[in-house]
Design a protein around this ligand. Structure first.
Ligand code: SAH
Ligand code: SF4
Length: 388
């Protein structure tokens, strides 16, 4: 490898992002540049814990090294276009990427019953693709199809961007946290099918998991999939103990195939077998996500079928009343139906959660803020000014 001097002909935007690079690549470059090991540690400190957004801010790196870095890699940041919600509720962040694409992240206040643990920590729901090719009938993310995969740095950048945003807030607007870290739980449940962007997802999660990187434990990272069976099997062979959640939404092929096209390719028998394999390899419980949609999958007769499936998989069940999506006909069942359904699943001894809190309208339905903004931008014919 030869070092590439910075060149006017290759603007930073055309270079691969430094936060796409695993440790070994950076170490190889530093060896090639004959830099001592502590310099790499300093760089990593800037890239991750300090969330630097410019080479110039890396004041303890010699200018020559900064020039070498800038000649080989770009240092991207996501542009915060819109934010919705307040510090005590779920907050949605809409990011604009370099190519103008929009993606969302959702910050969820600690909820120990779900994915969170300590009361002062927050869970971040992260996107992995622009749009989604899987076309689940109820979902806003798939409404306009798939546009592209996110690169590792664009996944990592959602966490860094929100941590950076948090530290820039006035003290009274900040969430109560210990230390300057806000997020210690990740759910890969934003826009896109994470397992359809497998390599970039794993690269991003390894950067987020590394002690010198995001320093988020693998057990604090939950990957949600609509059921991409071969990739669940592949994930089972990875060394990390990532948690797995399955977007089930139907306990029988008849119900599931009606709302999730993926079920025709990978029917429940295959999905169940892959989940059993995952549980056997990891020795950890998985979660079955089940959105309750009126008249589609909320018949009380479905509850024991779901409970039986959960028992076979040693899985928890997370019931989520459907969030309505503009332009789609589906509705959530009334509260009573949701509670009865949950009781029936629980009655069979299955660990079950039901999220009934108000103010969840901006929560799980990731993809909606993006859709709304895209439509507004298209009709106004102008671009929003960034807010951060
Ligand atoms: N593609 C992955 C991860 C992203 S979707 C997956 O499908 O698992 C994250 C979760 O939000 C999924 O369980 C999905 O089914 C659910 N979801 C999508 N639209 C929703 C809506 N309108 N209301 C409630 N949950 C929704
Ligand atoms: Fe894609 Fe998941 Fe939405 Fe299905 S539920 S369209 S897989 S994002």
């Amino acid at each position: 490898m030869t070092s590439q001097p910075p060149s006017a002909a290759s603007p930073a935007n055309d270079l691969p992002d430094i936060r796409n690079q695993p440790h070994a690549i950076l170490a190889a470059a530093f060896a090639e540049w004959q830099q001592p090991a502590y310099r790499l540690e300093q760089l990593l400190g800037w890239l991750y814990p300090r969330r630097a957004t410019s080479w110039d801010s890396m004041t303890n790196l010699p200018r020559g090294l900064r020039d070498l870095l800038a000649g080989r890699w770009s240092l991207g940041r996501l542009e915060l276009l819109r934010k919705q919600g307040s510090k005590d509720t779920t907050q949605k962040f809409l990011w604009r990427l370099r190519d103008g694409s929009l993606v969302e992240s959702v910050l969820i206040p600690a909820n120990p019953a779900l994915y969170g643990e300590a009361a002062d920590r927050h869970t971040l729901c992260v996107s992995t693709q622009v749009g989604c090719a899987y076309g689940c009938r109820f979902c806003a993310s798939g409404l306009e199809g798939w546009k592209r995969n996110l690169e590792p740095w664009e996944i990592v950048g959602q966490i860094l961007g929100i941590e950076r945003w948090h530290t820039e807030q006035p003290a009274e607007a900040r969430a109560a946290t210990t230390g300057d870290r806000l997020i210690n739980n990740l759910v890969i449940m934003g826009m896109g099918e994470p397992l359809a962007n497998y390599d970039n997802l794993l690269a991003a999660l390894r950067l987020l998991n590394a002690p010198w990187g995001g320093n988020i434990g693998a057990r604090k990272i939950t990957i949600s999939t609509s059921g991409v069976v071969p990739k669940i099997r592949q994930l089972a062979e990875e060394p990390e103990q990532f948690r797995l959640a399955i977007s089930l939404h139907g306990a029988t092929d008849a119900v599931r195939s009606q709302i999730m096209p993926v079920n025709r390719k990978h029917p429940l028998a295959d999905l169940t077998a892959a989940c059993q394999h995952y549980v056997a390899r990891k020795g950890k419980m998985i979660t079955l996500e089940y959105i309750l949609i009126e008249g589609v999958n909320d018949a009380l007769s479905e509850a024991p079928v779901l409970a039986a499936l959960a028992r076979r998989l040693h899985a928890k069940v997370n019931l989520i009343p459907y969030n309505t999506v503009e332009g789609l006909p589906w509705k959530r069942p009334d509260e009573r139906r949701c509670t009865t359904f949950a009781e029936l699943v629980q009655k069979d001894g299955i660990v079950t959660t039901l999220r009934l809190e108000k103010g969840h309208d901006i929560d799980a339905a990731c993809g909606q803020l993006r859709l709304k903004t895209e439509r507004e931008l298209a009709s106004a014919g102008t671009a929003d000014a960034p807010i951060g």
